[in-house]
Design a protein around this ligand. Structure first.
Ligand code: F6R
Length: 268
């Protein structure tokens, strides 16, 4: 796991956006795994800016979102499908038929989840998976105690997540309690993973993610089992890391996987 700490949120967001741009330049037909939530809003703004400046195109790419609320149609303003259209897709050149989200409006959510997992297996693997981080350590909507081997499925949100996300709903508006989410094993099957977390309210989950023991109680810790994860943080989110000085000194060579280090050394 490579952990990068930036002085502020803007620096962290810019670094995450650069990684996405670099991925698409290197492989225009990338399959991207996308996330929603407050943290991602600034990242999508940065990517829209890069697109408008001609630095990146999404015309050859495909995307799979992590999750969707059950019971909301794609037209519902609080659905993640609507969020993605409003905050990202309608501003860039993603082909309309190349962006996938779970079907939260299905009357058979488990079947819809299975179909989504099958789509990922058929059209994937995901080359670069973007993740935010829940305060309780969730990734996607894999809440504490989710199986680390889980695949895409219907799940119930915890009170902690419902409270955290209530800020997106108007007073009196009904808030879905269930979602379809990629599972933890689904997420881990991406080739590369980039997690962005900013703000002090994420500090405890970040400390578990980077330095805690692997545990289903902190689902994000499953990322320790993946060989190509980059965690991008601002200083407040990194506040509780015991080795924060070490991460601040990252020089970009420490996290290549053992095989490529071996190859590089042999060739030198
Ligand atoms: C959203 C998602 C969630 C969020 C997480 C953080 O698609 O999968 O895991 O990334 O809840 O949300 P924010 O950024 O709003 O704190």
């Amino acid at each position: 796991m490579r952990t990068l700490v930036f002085p502020d949120r803007a620096g962290a967001v810019a670094a995450a956006a650069s990684a996405v741009v670099a991925q698409l330049r290197q492989q225009p037909e990338s399959v991207l795994g996308l996330a929603t939530g407050g943290t991602m809003e600034a990242l999508y703004e940065a990517l829209i800016g890069a697109y408008r400046r001609g630095e990146v195109s999404f015309c050859g790419a495909r995307s799979f979102n992590l999750d969707e609320y059950i019971g909301l149609s794609p037209e519902h303003p609080q659905s993640y499908a609507h969020y993605m259209q409003r905050r990202f897709f309608q501003h860039v050149d993603f082909p309309a038929d190349a962006t996938y989200l779970p079907d939260g409006a299905s009357s058979e959510p488990e079947a819809a989840a299975g179909a989504y997992e099958a789509d990922i297996l058929r059209l994937g693997p995901i080359d670069l998976q973007l993740l935010g981080l829940g305060r309780n350590g969730h990734i996607g909507f894999n809440e504490p105690s989710s199986s680390l081997a889980s695949r895409t499925r219907a799940t119930r949100l915890t009170p902690s997540t419902l409270t955290a996300n209530s800020r997106f709903f108007a007073r009196g508006e009904s808030q879905p309690s269930h979602a379809i989410t990629m599972g933890i094993a689904t997420i881990l099957s991406a080739r590369e993973i980039l997690l962005l977390a900013t703000g002090a309210e994420k500090a405890e989950a970040v400390a578990q993610l980077v330095e805690g023991p692997v545990s289903a109680f902190w689902p994000c810790t499953a990322l320790q089992m993946h060989r190509d994860v980059t965690v991008i943080l601002d200083e407040p989110a990194a506040r509780d890391l015991r080795m924060v000085d070490h991460y601040r000194r990252d020089d970009g060579i420490g996290q290549a996987d053992p095989v490529s280090i071996g190859v590089a050394q042999t060739g030198a």
